[in-house]
Design a protein. Structure first.
Length: 88
């Protein structure tokens, strides 16, 4: 099974269905089952966002210390992958 590593809290937000899209600098042709691996690093700046905190609180997560890291936390069904064009 293929996997993607995503920093917390984003990995958990994907598994909760709170984050539907993930952007990256690369594209894949893979569709189907995909494991979500919570990386060892936590994006602590995300905890400055009220909407992120509210989403995590809905699932009983009150601090970044409660988030799993360095582990597969879920599998999802990757439906599509689109290249995003950014104009600067």
């Amino acid at each position: 099974m293929k996997a993607i590593t995503i920093r917390q809290p984003w990995a958990n937000l994907i598994t909760f269905g709170e984050k539907e899209f993930e952007t990256s600098s690369w594209q894949t042709k893979h569709c189907g089952a995909l494991a979500i691996h919570a990386g060892k690093q936590i994006d602590k700046a995300a905890f400055d966002e009220v909407t992120i905190i509210a989403s995590l609180l809905r699932y009983g997560i009150k601090s970044h210390e409660k988030l799993p890291t360095g582990a597969i936390i879920a599998t999802v069904d990757l439906i599509e992958c689109h290249k995003v064009k950014v104009d600067y």
